[in-house]
Design a protein around this ligand. Structure first.
Ligand code: TPP
Ligand code: SF4
Ligand code: MG
Length: 270
């Protein structure tokens, strides 16, 4: 074992001398196959896991329909034990609208990335929110087009290094990032808007509460609900895997602030 800055690092240049031992299977029952091919340290599996855990705990599994956009997270569309529809790039909120209107008792949620939602289909989510569609949209925001190599998206923060902003994003050359949750929270049709992250155990727990609250908003028919989740993408950020949680905190979360931006039900109660 090599020691790096107080950490014991498992060597990866040769196979382990003995196989890993399964202590317990923590895979949620709605994920059929525990294994996935996303990169080590990727935040997206944690976000998907939290989403399906919330659905299970709310006891709405049998009437849940997911609509997936296109990105690394799409790998999960094949191994969830809920109905899944595949949308074209950026179009998930419109497809989800159709599903919800055709089957009003269903619980419909979308999973999209920042590239899929903010670059390739921004108008879709804005209109769905403005119409107050009773759907829940989840955006996994890593500030890059992860699946296609780590390119700049509309949410990339100033100074962030991406494949096509190697010296960092600048406002002069690439414009300013779009803070989608802040934008959606201004729309009257949006009943719940929150931004979480999965870079620490505490943030994972907070984000799960946000997902639960968003789904409850849909279940009670209050209007459009939205949860943005900041996720690590060490591969697309071109950094070491173990640096990604802190990088998220210091860069993405410093601009895309974590917290509940709008909760109409709570405001009404107060
Ligand atoms: C119309 C269209 N344009 C481009 C692509 C290529 N493409 C596939 S995944 C992807 C990136 C998606 O980025 P994001 O939604 O942020 O997801 P991430 O991979 O970062 O999780 C792109 C551009 C495509 N499949 N279809
Ligand atoms: S490229 Fe980024 S988003 Fe895609 S699987 Fe790897 S770490 Fe996750
Ligand atoms: Mg992305």
């Amino acid at each position: 074992m090599k020691r790096v800055e107080g950490l014991t690092v498992v060597p990866t240049d040769h196979p382990p001398s003995e196989p890993a031992r399964l202590v317990d299977d923590f895979t949620p029952s709605l994920i059929d196959v525990g294994e996935h091919h996303l990169c080590p340290g990727c935040g997206e599996p944690i976000a998907i896991r939290s989403t399906v855990e919330a659905i299970e705990e709310l006891d709405v599994v049998q009437r849940t329909i997911a609509v997936f956009g296109i990105g690394c997270y799409t790998a999960f569309s094949n191994n969830l034990d809920v109905e899944v529809l595949q949308a074209l790039h950026g179009r998930a909120p419109s497809l989800a609208t159709g599903v919800k209107r055709a089957a009003p008792d269903s619980i419909v949620f979308t999973v999209q990335g920042d590239g899929d939602m903010v670059n390739e289909g921004l108008q879709e989510v804005i209109h769905a929110a403005a119409r107050g569609e009773r759907i829940t949209c989840v955006m996994l925001n890593n500030g890059v087009f992860g699946e296609t190599g780590g390119h700049l998206t509309a949410t990339t923060v100033l100074g962030q290094r991406t494949k096509n902003t190697l010296d960092g994003r600048t406002a002069e050359d690439h414009g300013h990032p779009i803070l989608l949750s802040d934008l959606l929270a201004q729309l009257d049709g949006a009943a719940y808007v929150a931004r979480g992250a999965v870079n620490s155990a505490g943030n994972v727990a907070r984000t799960k509460k946000m997902l639960t609250r968003a789904l409850e908003t849909q279940i009670s028919g209050r209007g459009f609900s939205f949860v943005e989740i900041l996720t690590m993408c060490p591969t697309g950020w071109f950094i070491e895997t173990q640096e990604a949680p802190d990088y998220l905190a210091d860069n993405l979360a410093a601009v895309h602030s974590i917290g509940v931006l709008k909760d109409v039900a709570a405001e009404g109660a107060g």
